[in-house]
Write a protein that binds this ligand. Structure first.
Ligand code: HEC
Ligand code: HEC
Length: 347
């Protein structure tokens, strides 16, 4: 169902949503919002790196294989664990020396839909260009590109897998990157109660969560940055969290005030199960995240104009939380990565 709202209608509808009343306009507004969260029908793959089963199979093998680390003791899966929403559940990612890095491991869910740059501060141009940063970083997997290529070239099973994927047995950096990216684009979040509700099942989520959805899209303004099915705009904002030295996107774009302390908006799928939160793991619990937004974060020139104190009541905070909890997928609905198909799998 599609709703077209003129400016006047929107204003009245907003009022209905804000007061939480089940007026006709409040119902229309909620329906309009719901239409913006429809699940995608297909996974997008870039023209330069289209889906093929052989590439995805190779990427999956590489993702889980410690052969890509200097000491053969780490793989991508060391920090991006399927059971922890493809993150690691830690406050900060661990270095090889078992100290902590400055950053929390982000989830890899739904990156196929991420059009802009990746990384908390946008240091990665695209998904393909990420792989050799963790592989070669001395504090992480610690394997130089030439060594990675040499090791895989000396392994008959890999040579066969590269031949299958690229019709040529040559192992190259670009082919490793393309295969890993193809596999990662299949990492799509499973169906959640929220998705069933969006699809029309009114009983799928509690009434409190529906009020939380209205707040999320209305007065609490969360959807300004976390709108749409993947719950991220893929952009960078200062929401008033960081107090450290990390300037985020502002490290690269030095002439922009609003990019100081700006970090990438994380998607919110599986969010209730995968704290700590924020780029630096500085917030342990989801309740405390909502409190941060309620306060409006640190008031400073770089803070996004979309962030301001919300003055939520205790009931409203509980409603927002109830809504966020509906974004966790139901058992058995995750991506079918064990049994990859010839055609690109559907989400
Ligand atoms: C030591 C833990 C660790 C390992 C091992 C690791 N990662 Fe990560 N990953 C991270 C951290 C931390 C970040 C955030 C880095 C940043 O923003 O600069 C990240 C970011 C990413 C991102 C960007 C996600 C986004 O939303 O922007 C991708 C993609 C990714 N990793 C894929 C991989 C792949 C592929 C491998 C294996 C080749 C790998 N990672 C190995 C911890 C790890
Ligand atoms: C101006 C854009 C913006 C708005 C508005 C916004 N967020 Fe965020 N959100 C972000 C960014 C950016 C981060 C990451 C900040 C960081 O890492 O320091 C974030 C982080 C989060 C996280 C932590 C997720 C994780 O994986 O670490 C949650 C939960 C969250 N937001 C929920 C909300 C809710 C609920 C609202 C409304 C009350 C909201 N956001 C409003 C941009 C926004």
């Amino acid at each position: 169902m599609r709703w077209k709202l003129g400016g006047g209608v929107t204003a009245i509808a907003m009022l209905g949503a804000v007061t939480g009343s089940a007026t006709d306009s409040g119902v229309a507004q909620r329906a309009a919002w719901r239409a913006t969260y429809a699940a995608p029908a297909t996974i997008p793959f870039p023209d330069e790196n289209p889906y093929s089963r052989a590439k995805a199979v190779l990427g999956r093998k590489l993702f889980f294989d410690p052969i890509l680390s200097a000491d053969r003791d780490r793989a991508c899966v060391t920090c991006h664990l399927p059971d922890l929403a493809w993150a690691d559940g830690r406050r900060r990612a661990p270095t090889r020396a078992d100290s902590d890095t400055d950053l929390r491991t982000p989830t890899l869910l739904n990156l196929a839909w991420q059009e802009g740059r990746l990384g908390w501060d946008g240091k990665f141009r695209d998904l393909e260009s990420v792989a050799f940063v963790p592989i070669s970083a001395p504090g992480n997997m610690g394997l130089p590109v030439e060594d990675a290529v040499a090791r895989l070239s000396a392994d008959a099973a890999y040579v066969a897998a590269f031949k299958e994927a690229y019709a040529d047995p040559g192992v190259t950096k670009a082919r490793i990157e393309a295969a890993l990216a193809t596999f990662q684009r299949l990492i799509v979040s499973g169906a959640s109660p929220f998705d069933r509700w969006i699809a029309g099942d009114e009983a799928a989520i509690p009434v409190a969560a529906k009020r939380g959805f209205d707040l999320f899209n209305g007065r609490a303004n969360c959807a300004a940055c976390h709108g749409g099915w993947a719950f991220t705009d893929g952009s960078f904002h200062d929401i008033g969290t960081a107090v450290g030295a990390d300037l985020g996107r502002g490290r690269f774009v030095t002439n922009s005030q609003v990019l100081r302390y700006a970090f990438k908006t994380p998607g919110l799928r599986e969010v209730a199960g995968r704290g700590a939160y924020m780029h630096d793991g500085s917030i342990a619990a989801l309740e405390a995240v909502i409190d941060l937004y309620d306060r409006g974060g640190i008031d400073r020139p770089s803070r996004s104009p979309e962030i301001r104190p919300l003055n939520l009541s205790a009931d409203e905070k509980a409603d927002l939380l109830a809504f966020l909890r509906t974004l966790n997928s139901e058992p058995g609905t995750g991506p079918a990565l064990a049994d990859l198909t010839e055609a690109a799998p559907r989400p």
